[in-house]
Design a binder for this molecule. Structure first.
Ligand code: 6GU
Length: 235
């Protein structure tokens, strides 16, 4: 997988992605990160990439041409392949694990990070294939959402996680939240690790974990629980 990120803050993307598990994946050649600074395609020597909106209203909009030029540079670097263009915007479709799985099968992805009050609609219509939001709240820019999407996609690439099935058992794969987990010591601040987990009886432990996962999901995400019950036809 090769990510090409179109952004006004390339150092924010690189510093964050190159830290931790995603950075290690890049170091091992399992994923590549490349950034294109939209500022490098400013329309004048002052570095302008934004302008006032037609029709009035507060704030500035990113202009078509700098965004389009940055996109063409990313396409050129990817060898002009048919690459999906993910635009990070609060008006996009909500990002989820299914979308992450779908995107992780691509050879390359272009991610477009907006800033100011948004981007001129015409360049969005021209280049964007997948408008994506990460939830119902508003952020100052698309960089953090782009990092969220890249993280979720990268951890699904084979070999990225140490244990090849740890991306399988985690939240959202069978539609339930992860069961609670414990490590040493067995007693901490008057709180005990559930006895079953110390029993060594793996069949009992699996049953306990399944029950705990269902109970937790029912409590904190009744919407997910409902879906889970419907899909499985249990109870
Ligand atoms: Cl993708 N962008 C911005 N600016 N805010 C958001 C978002 C994206 N997703 C949720 N809030």
């Amino acid at each position: 997988m090769r990510f090409e990120v179109l952004t006004l803050f390339p150092e924010m993307i690189r510093d964050s992605f190159m830290t931790g598990i995603t950075g290690r994946a890049a170091g091992r050649g399992l994923v590549e990160l490349d950034t294109v600074n939209i500022r490098d395609y400013a329309v004048n020597d002052y570095g302008s990439v934004d302008d006032y909106t037609y029709g009035g209203g507060a704030g500035m909009l990113m202009m078509c041409e700098p965004v389009y030029s940055a996109f063409l540079e990313a396409k050129r670097r990817l060898g002009d392949e048919k690459t999906r263009v993910v635009f990070l915007t609060p008006s996009g479709r909500t990002f989820d694990e299914k979308t992450a799985r779908e995107l992780s099968g691509e050879k390359g992805l272009i991610l477009l990070c907006g800033h100011y009050e948004g981007i001129d609609e015409r360049v969005i219509d021209e280049i964007v294939t997948d408008p994506v939001s990460i939830g119902d709240y508003v952020l100052t820019g698309g960089e953090l959402p782009a990092l969220v999407v890249m993280d979720a996609v990268t951890r699904l690439i084979p070999g990225v996680l140490g244990n090849d099935d740890s991306s399988e058992s985690e939240s959202f794969n069978d539609g339930l939240l992860e069961y609670p987990q414990y490590t040493r010591p067995p007693l901490w601040h008057d709180r005990e690790v559930p006895d079953i987990l110390l029993s060594g009886d793996h069949k009992k432990i699996d049953q306990y974990r399944m029950r705990a996962a269902r109970q937790k999901t029912k409590e904190v995400r009744p919407d997910l629980y409902e879906e889970y019950i419907k899909k499985r036809g249990i109870f």
